[in-house]
Design a binder for this molecule. Structure first.
Ligand code: ASP
Length: 316
């Protein structure tokens, strides 16, 4: 069987994303896809491939994870990440990080080096130091763009998935998600040539979120889930994704009702409120799906025998 990989850089993109905001992200997706493809071609495991891809996206300030993480209501970052191995169902998750350069790799260490699954806040930071992962001063993550995003969210008095200029702040319509310049959570799913599935997701969360807020990303079965049927990474409004147990529902529909990955994912994404949810998924057989009910979703995929794809809006 051939390998397959899919990744996302966040859902909720507006229709009118200007080229200066679109191009660096497309380029970032392309580069991350190359990282994953070359790992899978050189027989890396699916788990290694998804970690490498998410690290690449965490290091890219154009995405809402790692370096580009959006700011909490007090102007600080609290990053979170999750990784899961489909065949063993081993998983690790972290929340509330303010100094760790690559949260996804700390999540993997939680999975591999502790008897636990999920560490948060002071305990997760202490574990990072104990493991000697790369850490930096919290100010490393405070970018000019993210200060602007926070100020705009505060002016509009809301917690938001994306950045909306104040002039459009009262102009939210139909979807319930403000139109603006989306800065996306990142995630990757892969199946390797041995049929092993894995997923990883990483995020700074929502702009202007409350201190201590935890979203769907690190919650196994909500934003991130893999078993021997499929691997899923979701993006969008975390509260809705948690309510709908998005990632686990896709896997459960496949397991209990024999739906294909595509049919299962379509059903789950349709069941979530319009304008809130997107996901990337891959099945043990190498099928890929990338549905969303937002205006767009930064995404990319490749298979051993197919043509690589990078896309934002619905495919024609
Ligand atoms: N799902 C993320 C959260 O709610 C945000 C995103 O996907 O952009 O934390």
């Amino acid at each position: 069987m051939g390998w397959a990989i899919a990744l996302h850089g966040g859902a909720g993109v507006p229709k009118n994303l200007p080229p200066e905001r679109r191009k660096p992200r497309e380029e970032g997706l392309r580069r991350a896809l190359e990282v994953g493809v070359s790992a899978l071609k050189s027989h890396a495991s699916a788990l290694d491939a998804v970690e490498l891809v998410v690290r690449e996206l965490e290091n890219n300030p154009h995405f809402n994870a790692g370096k580009g993480s959006v700011l909490n209501s007090n102007g600080s970052v609290e990053m979170e990440a999750c990784i899961m191995d489909g065949n063993t169902k081993n998983c690790g998750a972290v929340s509330g990080l303010s100094t760790v350069v690559n949260p996804v790799s700390l999540a993997r260490l939680v999975m591999e080096k502790t008897p636990h699954i999920y560490l948060g806040f002071a305990g997760a930071e202490a574990f990072a130091r104990e493991q000697g992962v790369e850490t930096v001063d919290p100010s490393h993550f405070i970018t000019k763009e993210n200060i602007e995003r926070l100020n705009h969210a505060k002016d509009a008095n809301r917690v938001q998935l994306d950045y909306t200029p104040p002039s459009q702040a009262t102009n939210e319509k139909d979807t319930g998600v403000p139109e603006g310049d989306k800065l996306g959570t990142v995630g990757c799913v892969a199946v390797d040539s041995h049929g092993n599935l894995a997923t990883a997701t990483s995020t700074g969360g929502l702009v202007n979120k409350m201190i201590g807020r935890i979203g769907d990303t690190p919650i196994i079965g909500a934003g991130t889930y893999a078993n021997s049927f499929c691997a899923i990474s979701a993006t969008g409004v975390g509260e809705e994704i948690i309510r709908c147990t998005v990632a686990r529902d896709v896997a459960a529909l496949m397991e209990y009702t024999n739906l294909s990955l595509k049919d299962a994912a379509d059903q789950v994404v349709k069941g979530a409120s319009e304008g809130t949810t997107g996901l990337v998924g891959v099945s043990a057989g190498g099928e890929i799906t990338m549905p969303f009910n937002t205006i767009g979703m930064f995404r990319a995929c490749a298979t051993e025998d197919g043509v690589p794809e990078v896309a934002i809006w619905p495919s024609l």
